[in-house]
Design a protein around this ligand. Structure first.
Ligand SMILES: Nc1ncnc2c1ncn2[C@@H]1O[C@H](COP(=O)(O)OP(=O)(O)OP(=O)(O)O)[C@@H](O)[C@H]1O
Ligand SMILES: [Mg+2]
Length: 439
């Protein structure tokens, strides 16, 4: 069965909390493609990152400049495929394993969210069977033509009018409801991303929201509990995931990213994209008022032969080119957050991640625009990452290796393995555990 034809992305087999596994992930971004191979080992509960059942050690990594991608979507299948193959090959060689399937993130396709509730009648105190029935009822949510479900996750239970029930088992009432979060995206970019991976003779184990998995990698437990908006600023996209009560409750995104700032710099300074990229990263800033006009940068000119050498440009002038675009992006994020469950989380903070979050002064400008606490996020608790991959640009890639630990929460597909996973440590017991831990 091709799940996409049924409005579903492939769903990964939940990882047993007691087993080790080798997992592979490919982050197919607009500017870079990164393949990570990780060993997941069951870990004892610790004081930090308590929701993680496994520790993650990266045993292979390959990253290459992206090709055939625009705004997070594949625009040239052959070029993208080639780049994916190359990244996978490097990671396989380093890990000395051959991979057959990968977890991939999606940033394109106007990712959005729907919240909905499923309800069942109760005739006696809530049992495992009732929880199973209400989750199964939640499973029947359908999506509009042309959209696919990336995630369908239980957020909270309620009994009659009492919301936020942590542990419904044993409670009495007339109706048991579960509130579900369903994250969806356009079918076409999802299908083309899957095709790209499959042409590399790899199966797509799961396709996930990039900002969600970035959040799994960068958020501390408290942040996910009290409320956080993870904003992953990539090259061609900015994607958002809101967490509350430990759960992923909202997704959004748009097709603007660091690349648009680079293009503004190239145009504004009449220099090449490569020089604009370097100048932005080394000397650019989101804040223009902290520079002296004598603080200058040499800018190679595209028509240097006619001009007789590079131009000198002040850093203040460079910041004035960058500022309107980054402000536009942050204001879009602000407006989208205002229309999301984040608006109801007064203690919620914004965590900026993705390569684009490294722009100097961004945190300060973002705090002014959001009027919230803002911090920059990089992957937490992942061992074996080489120095260049420890930064925010690898949040999504790292998060793809954390995701398998959260895959058991997904509700949108009847799983063949489901009947094998009931029992004391089984599937529903674990959902119960997570909902309990999540509050
Ligand atoms: N020091 C820096 N200052 C400003 N921008 C930076 C810096 N370092 C990297 N960037 C920007 O980060 C972007 C790349 O980020 P990232 O690797 O997260 O993107 P991607 O995953 O390839 O793209 P997407 O997620 O949009 O598909 C580029 O636009 C780059 O210019
Ligand atoms: Mg990205």
């Amino acid at each position: 069965m091709n799940p996409l034809a049924h409005g579903l992305t492939p769903k990964m087999r939940p990882l047993s909390p007691r087993r080790s596994a080798v997992i592979a992930a490919v982050d197919i971004g607009t500017s870079k493609i990164a393949c990570l191979i990780g060993r997941l080992t069951p870990k004892p509960p610790q004081e930090v990152l308590t929701r993680r059942s496994h520790s993650v050690e990266v045993i292979g990594i390959g990253h290459v400049r992206a090709a055939g991608m625009k705004a997070g979507a594949v625009v040239d299948l052959a070029a993208a495929e080639n780049a994916v193959r190359h990244a996978v090959h490097c990671a396989e060689r380093m890990a000395k394993v051959q991979i057959e399937s990968v977890v991939v993130p999606l940033t394109a396709g106007r990712i959005g969210s729907e919240l909905y509730a499923a309800t069942v009648q109760l005739h006696r105190p809530v049992s495992d069977g009732d929880i199973e029935r209400v989750l199964a009822a939640g499973n029947h949510h359908s999506v509009r033509e042309g959209r696919v479900i990336l995630h369908s996750l239980p957020i909270s239970f309620s009994i009659d009018d009492t919301k936020g029930v942590r542990e419904p088992r044993g409670m009495v009432g007339q109706k048991l409801s579960v509130e579900m979060h369903c994250a969806t995206a356009d079918l076409a970019p999802a299908r083309n991303l899957m095709l790209t991976v499959e042409q590399c003779h790899l199966a797509v184990e799961a396709m996930v929201s990039a900002a969600y998995v970035s959040g799994l990698a960068v958020l501390a437990d408290d942040e996910a509990d009290l409320g956080a908006a993870v904003v992953d600023i990539g090259a061609g996209t900015t994607t958002i995931a809101v967490f509350s009560g430990g759960r992923f409750v909202h997704a959004d995104g748009f097709a603007l990213g660091g690349q648009h700032i680079t293009m503004d710099v190239a145009r504004g300074l009449t220099t090449s994209l490569a020089d604009a990229e370097r100048i932005k990263a080394l000397h650019g800033s989101a804040i223009s008022d902290s520079f002296d006009d004598r603080d200058t940068v040499a800018v190679p000119q595209v028509d240097e032969a006619d001009h007789g050498g590079p131009n000198l440009v002040s850093r203040a002038a460079l910041a004035r080119i960058i500022k309107p675009r980054i402000e536009e992006m942050l204001e879009m994020v602000r407006d989208r957050l205002a229309a999301s469950p984040f608006a109801g989380l007064p203690r919620g903070r914004v965590v900026l991640t993705g390569g684009g979050s490294q722009l100097t002064g961004l945190g300060e400008l973002a705090a002014r625009i959001f009027k919230r606490q803002v911090r920059l996020g990089r992957p937490l608790g992942i061992s074996g990452l080489p120095e260049p991959a420890k930064g925010p640009a690898f949040a999504t890639a790292a998060g793809l290796l954390v995701y398998p630990q959260a895959a058991y929460l997904e509700q949108f597909e009847p799983r063949r393995t489901r009947h094998l996973m009931t029992g004391t440590d089984g599937y529903f017991a674990k959902v119960g555990r997570w909902l309990r831990d999540g509050f």
